[in-house]
Each structure stands twice: as structure tokens, then as C-alpha cells.
Ligand binder design. Structure first.
Ligand SMILES: Cc1cc2nc3c(=O)[nH]c(=O)nc-3n(C[C@H](O)[C@H](O)[C@H](O)COP(=O)(O)O)c2cc1C
Length: 198
């Protein structure tokens, strides 16, 4: 019978965290996009896909970018408890992070990331309308002149007024890895690994 011990968990954990780091620069990596959930109001959770922009291991910190006017910002201001869910369909691994979000807007952290943000991404922050607001007819919510091209650097700077970096300070990491001969599930909290029933 297969036996799984804590050193096996540690190995899986380290492998998966390395994959999270690798995914930042690899657009085809299954962890390059993830599902982020926040609390919409007392009754409803809310979820959406975002792009992984950076990942720091031990303590685990996840970064993504967003528009300051989007509803998720108000949700996090109201309650910064949140979850991030990653899935690798080839490796059959699900990672659930429980985290506290911090919002970086018009500060040095946001500016350092903005400086490295590509023109193509910058135009997404140049829309006149609040993201997620209802509109009468279709509009891409960036200047129409940039439908098929990127803005010049100087004009793109306007986007910084809406650009926001979200830092997710992970408090618990939970991994589920599926195997034909018995799934492995565990969590890591305060650097301690615990088996969980799959
Ligand atoms: C592949 C993909 C990547 C996305 N990446 C981001 C992202 O990095 N940041 C972001 O704010 N929204 C991103 N979105 C859009 C969000 O899923 C969501 O629709 C939007 O942020 C509005 O969310 P909210 O109304 O909950 O604030 C992405 C959507 C897709 C399909």
C-alpha cells in the first residue's frame, strides 16, 4: 500500500510553489491565471479570473493588477479576507490560498509595477467608464483610437490614475493533488503542514 509522509508533502508543496513562481512570466502556464474571490456583501461571495503578476515564496505573497474603480476594490476595502484558487489540469493539482488583501494605489509599490507594465496592458486602465458598470451600447472602455494599436508611452501614463496593484498576503495554503491510488491533501499554516482528508 502506498504510504505518504510529511516529507512527501513538503516536496509537493515546494514543487507547487516553484510552479507558481514560474507561471508569472509564462503566459501558457496553468497557474498564469487564477480565480480570485472576495466578499461582495454579507450574503454573496464574488469570483473572477485575474492574471498572476508576481509570486513570492515563504511567506507566500500573490500579486495581480486591477482598476481602482472596479467593484472588487470596494469589496476588499470593506473586508480584506479573500481566496485565490489555482488549478493545474495536467498535474491534477488544486491550490487554495486564504489571504488578506492589501490595495496599492498611487503609492511607490503601484508605481514600480506600473513602470514595467506594457503599453498594451496600460490601455486597459484608460477607460472613461467604471469597469463593471452598465452601458447603453458596446464600448471597449479604452480610447477607440487604440482598438488596433497601443498608446504612445506619454499618453499611456494617464492610465496610472486607475492602476492598482493588489498584494495577497497568504495566511493558509491548501493543496489537493489527485492520484489514481489515493489523493493527497494537506494545508500549510504558520509553516506547519497538516494532512487533510481528501
Ligand atoms: C483571462 C482573463 C484575465 C483577466 N485578468 C484580469 C486581471 O488581471 N485583473 C482584473 O482586474 N481583471 C481581469 N480580468 C477580468 C475579471 O475577470 C473581471 O471581469 C473584472 O476584473 C471585473 O471584476 P469585478 O467586477 O469583480 O471587480 C480577466 C479576465 C479574463 C477572462
Amino acid at each position: 500500500m502506498k504510504k505518504v509522509i510529511k516529507s512527501d508533502l513538503k516536496k509537493i508543496y515546494q514543487e507547487e510553489m516553484k510552479k507558481c513562481s514560474d507561471a508569472v512570466k509564462d503566459g501558457k502556464h496553468p497557474y498564469h491565471i487564477f480565480t480570485f474571490s472576495s466578499i461582495k456583501d454579507k450574503k454573496w461571495p464574488e469570483i473572477r479570473i485575474v492574471v498572476l503578476r508576481d509570486f513570492k515564496f515563504n511567506p507566500n505573497v500573490i500579486y495581480f493588477n486591477t482598476d481602482y474603480r472596479s467593484p472588487k476594490i470596494a469589496q476588499m476595502k470593506n473586508n480584506n479576507n479573500c481566496c485565490a484558487l489555482f488549478y493545474d489540469g495536467i498535474g491534477k493539482v488544486q491550490i487554495r490560498f486564504h489571504a488578506k488583501a492589501s490595495i496599492h494605489y498611487q503609492d511607490s509599490i503601484a508605481y514600480e509595477i506600473w513602470k514595467k507594465t506594457a503599453l498594451q496592458s496600460r490601455k486597459c486602465y484608460m477607460g472613461e467608464m467604471n469597469p463593471s458598470s452598465e452601458i447603453q451600447e458596446w464600448h471597449p472602455n479604452f480610447p477607440i483610437t487604440y482598438l488596433k494599436k497601443d498608446p504612445k508611452l506619454e499618453h499611456s501614463e494617464e492610465g496610472f490614475q486607475n492602476f492598482t496593484c493588489i498584494k495577497l498576503n497568504v495566511i493558509e495554503t491548501e493543496i489537493l493533488k489527485l492520484y489514481h491510488d489515493g489523493h493527497v491533501r494537506f494545508n500549510i499554516k504558520d509553516k506547519i503542514l497538516n494532512f487533510i482528508a481528501p
